[in-house]
Design a binder for this molecule. Structure first.
Ligand SMILES: Cc1cc2nc3c(=O)[nH]c(=O)nc-3n(C[C@H](O)[C@H](O)[C@H](O)COP(=O)(O)O)c2cc1C
Length: 203
C-alpha cells in the first residue's frame, strides 16, 4: 500500500486518472473507499446514499458499454477541448473506449422521494469526493464521471436499481497505468473566484 499522505497533499494532487492497470483492487481497499464515503456529510444526516461496486466481468463490460455509447455521443460537443486542453480530450476519449479496463466500477447513488435537484446532489457528491481523496491516499486512481446519465434507465435496469434511486456518478477504480500518475491540479487562481464581503468584480 502507498505510504500515507497528508490531507492537503491529497487535495492538491487528486487529479483525474483515466488509464488503469488491470490488476484487481483488494476488497479491503475498496472497503476503505466506501468507509470514507460513508463519513461524508448529507442533509440532516439522512445518508440516503447507496454504493454499487461492480467487479463482475460481464456486468463491468455491459456498464462500460453503456458508458462508451454515451461518451461517443458526447464527444462532438467536447471538440473545443482540442485547442483548450487536448490532454483531457485524449484521456476522456481513452476512458470512453476502455472503462472496462478498470477492475472495479463504483456507482454512487442517492435515494430520493420522487424527484431530484441540486440539493439532492449535495447529499451525495461530498461522499464521492471522499472516495476520490481516499483513492488518492491509497495510491488508487479514479475520476468522477457522468456520461452514463444519458442512459440512466439502462444502467438502472442492468443493476436492478429501484426507481427512487438515482445514479450520481460512475467512478472507475484501479491502479494507475504505468506512466500515469497523480500530480498538482491546475485550477483558476483564487482571486478570480473569491469575493470577500460580497460580489466583487475581478478584471
Ligand atoms: C460533474 C462532473 C462530471 C464529470 N464527468 C466526466 C465524464 O463523464 N467523463 C470524464 O472522463 N470525466 C468527467 N469528469 C472529470 C473532469 O473532467 C475532471 O474532474 C476535470 O477535468 C479536472 O481534472 P483534473 O482533476 O485531472 O485536473 C467530470 C467531473 C465532474 C466534477
Amino acid at each position: 500500500m502507498a505510504d500515507e499522505i497528508g490531507l492537503f497533499e491529497a487535495m492538491h494532487t487528486q487529479r483525474a486518472i483515466r488509464y488503469f492497470k488491470p490488476d484487481p483492487v483488494p476488497e479491503e481497499l475498496l472497503t476503505k473507499l466506501l468507509e470514507a464515503a460513508s463519513k461524508a456529510p448529507s442533509g440532516t444526516n439522512r445518508q440516503m446514499w447507496h454504493f454499487i461496486v461492480v467487479r463482475d466481468d460481464g456486468l463491468r463490460a455491459e456498464l462500460a458499454g453503456i458508458y462508451r455509447r454515451a461518451g461517443r455521443n458526447a464527444l462532438p460537443n467536447l471538440q473545443w477541448l482540442q485547442d483548450a486542453n487536448p490532454r483531457i480530450l485524449r484521456s476522456a476519449t481513452h476512458l470512453i473506449e476502455h472503462m472496462d479496463e478498470a477492475p472495479a466500477l463504483l456507482l454512487a447513488c442517492i435515494e430520493h422521494g420522487g424527484s431530484t435537484n441540486l440539493t439532492t446532489g449535495s447529499s451525495i457528491y461530498p461522499a464521492v469526493q471522499n472516495i476520490l481523496l481516499a483513492a488518492r491516499g491509497l495510491g488508487l486512481g479514479s475520476v468522477l464521471t457522468t456520461f452514463h446519465k444519458q442512459y440512466e434507465d439502462e444502467v438502472r435496469a442492468l443493476l436492478g436499481i429501484p426507481d427512487n434511486v438515482e445514479t450520481a456518478a460512475l467512478l472507475p477504480i484501479g491502479y494507475p497505468a504505468e506512466g500515469v500518475g497523480y500530480g498538482a491540479t491546475r485550477r483558476k487562481p483564487l482571486d478570480e473566484v473569491t469575493h470577500w464581503d460580497g460580489w466583487t468584480q475581478s478584471d
